[in-house]
Design a protein around this ligand. Structure first.
Ligand code: FAD
Ligand code: NAI
Length: 477
């Protein structure tokens, strides 16, 4: 065992919540360590967490590659580009995905060096409280003991298993296996029509799989604005994703080569489906395995989340927690914002995260993005509102792109005109939503957006037109 190393802040977990907290704390002048246990295939460090290794980054790499493949097969023809002899090189597609992931891992290691964050590759665990701070053990390539005043827990989340259907990552897949299938399955089943189910289902459908999605709830994308969800459901079905709602999943049998799912459909009729592979994407659970929080009395709730207040303070003095391991949306940018806010609070500043303006994006094609309240939520609150929509069909840039599906929808307060929510299904919704986030952060009205000059021709004109539509004065529809 080497000598105890002393820090001001030790961050456990090097995902978006942890590595960003570490960098911000170092910028603020603290001596900072970040511990992360993720290994690449050579056993070396791979910081970046779920997001970089088996989440945001590799999924977007495959979404992009598979979209190119689909476009080359169909959409290019309309543009007058004939592609002869089109074929899929899946090993190359997976290799490219890995390169993108590796670049991100290396980028984070570089940022740690640049900001003088000490990185420890291994598992971090609480050993006890001592001298007005905490002792943290690192078990990894070398075993270390760290002494620190502040601890930031950023240990993330893991995929939730269905009872009786453990992930083997060969036939029954979590997000991990879903991103690494080495041959396109003829028949792919997905349980859960949430964000992962739709994104990964889209990837493998585009590459040639017949994809069946079994969803437990009777409504499609219940958290999304109903009008937008309906439009998306229609578009995905047209693309060939077979989505069955209201399914009650029963016995799942994995024979090592295929998997049989027994379920009751929305009419209660018993069904049986056989798949080559089955992705189970029914949500994620917080990860505190190996943290040894009991050694210091770290409080978890009944679902295993670390209990925190609005400022990410745990029940222990100077122990903070951020990201997927605490309440709130499981999103990389939410984790990052909490990481920055915690570092600033440690420095005595007033770190701030506005939960009302956290954007959501589903990277399907078309993309779905939203911020703020849905129409059904405003109705349930009894809040008086005005709505304006604008279809991409009427947007010149969308027509030039050949991607005219979907719409932009604005919801504004009936009296003050303050923007309450913006919902988009359509091309580049992930980029377009930022304007709405900025507007809401500044508490803008729909009139503010309607009076701002937007470049022509651009998809963002659909945003302006939807804002104009709130007052029934859109110009191009
Ligand atoms: P994680 O990223 O889970 O990082 C936690 C890290 O801590 C891991 O590296 C883990 O190994 C390490 N760790 C855990 N315990 C210990 C310990 N005791 N000692 C040392 N290290 C430890 N979000 C988006 O915003 N946009 C997206 O497009 C998006 N796509 C996604 C796609 C998929 C398939 C999945 C699964 C998730 C996606 N997410 C996306 C969600 C996003 O990945 C998470 O919200 C985000 O990674 C949470 O960050 P975090 O830092 O809290 O935790
Ligand atoms: P999810 O919460 O998005 O969707 C889970 C779906 O499974 C829901 O529709 C739910 O009703 C359904 N479900 C739950 N139990 C079921 C059961 N027993 N039978 C059938 N259906 C069932 O969770 P998902 O897709 O696993 O993703 C986890 C999280 O990861 C997301 O909530 C999100 O926070 C994050 N993520 C974000 C992405 C993004 O920002 N683009 C992309 C992928 C993941």
């Amino acid at each position: 065992m080497s000598d105890t190393k002393k820090f001001d802040v030790v961050v456990i977990g090097g995902g978006p919540g942890g590595y960003i907290a570490a960098i911000r704390a170092a910028q603020l002048g603290f001596q900072v360590a970040c511990i992360d246990e993720w290994k690449n295939e050579k056993g070396g460090p791979a910081p970046g967490g779920t997001c970089t290794n088996v989440g945001c980054i590799p999924s977007k790499a495959l979404l992009q590659s598979s979209e190119h493949f689909e476009h080359a097969g169909h959409a290019f023809k309309e543009h007058g580009i004939d592609v002869a002899g089109l074929s899929l090189n899946l090993p190359q597609m997976l290799k490219r995905k890995k390169t993108v992931v590796d670049q991100n891992n290396q980028g984070i290691l570089f940022l740690f060096k640049k900001n003088k964050v000490s990185f420890f590759h291994g598992r971090g665990s609480f050993a006890g409280a001592a001298d007005g701070g905490y002792t943290i053990n690192v078990a990894g390539a070398s075993n270390e003991t760290l002494q620190t005043k502040h601890v930031v827990v950023a240990t993330g989340s893991n995929a939730r298993e269905l009872p009786g259907a453990p992930f083997d990552e060969k036939v029954i897949l979590s997000n991990d296996g879903a991103l690494a299938i080495d041959a396109v399955p003829a028949n792919l089943g997905v349980i859960g029509a949430g964000v992962i189910g739709l994104e990964m289902g889209s990837v493998w459908r585009r590459l040639g799989a017949k994809v069946t999605v079994l969803e437990g709830l009777p409504t499609f994308l219940g958290a999304v604005d109903e009008q937008i969800a309906k439009e998306a459901h229609k578009l995905f079905t047209k693309q060939g994703l077979a989505i069955s709602l209201g399914c009650k999943i029963g016995k799942i049998t994995n024979d090592g080569k295929s998997v049989t799912v027994e379920y009751a459909d929305d009419k209660g009729a018993e069904q049986k489906a056989v798949f080559d592979k089955l992705i189970i994407s029914i949500g994620r659970v917080p990860n505190t395995i190996g943290l040894n929080g009991d050694a210091v009395g770290l409080k978890l709730d009944e679902r295993g989340f670390v209990v925190v207040d609005d400022e990410c303070k745990t029940n222990l003095p100077n122990v903070w927690a951020v990201g997927d391991v605490v309440r709130g949306p499981m999103l990389a940018h939410k984790a990052e914002e909490e990481g920055v806010a915690v570092a600033e609070r440690i420095a005595g500043q007033h770190g701030h995260v506005n939960f009302n303006t956290i954007p959501w994006v589903i990277y399907t094609s078309p993309e779905i993005a939203w911020v703020g309240k849905t129409e059904q939520a405003l109705k349930a609150e009894g809040r008086a509102y005005k709505a304006g929509t604008f279809p991409f069909m009427a947007n010149g840039r969308a027509r030039a792109l050949g991607d005219t599906s979907g719409m932009v929808k604005f919801l504004a307060d009936a009296t003050t005109d303050e923007i309450l929510g913006v919902h988009i299904v359509g091309p580049m919704a992930s980029e377009l939503i930022s304007e709405a986030v900025v507007a809401m952060e500044f508490r803008a009205s729909s009139e503010d957006i309607a009076r701002i000059c937007h470049a022509h021709p651009s998809l963002s004109e659909a945003t302006k037109e939807a804002a104009l539509a709130v007052d029934k004065r859109s110009l191009n529809f």
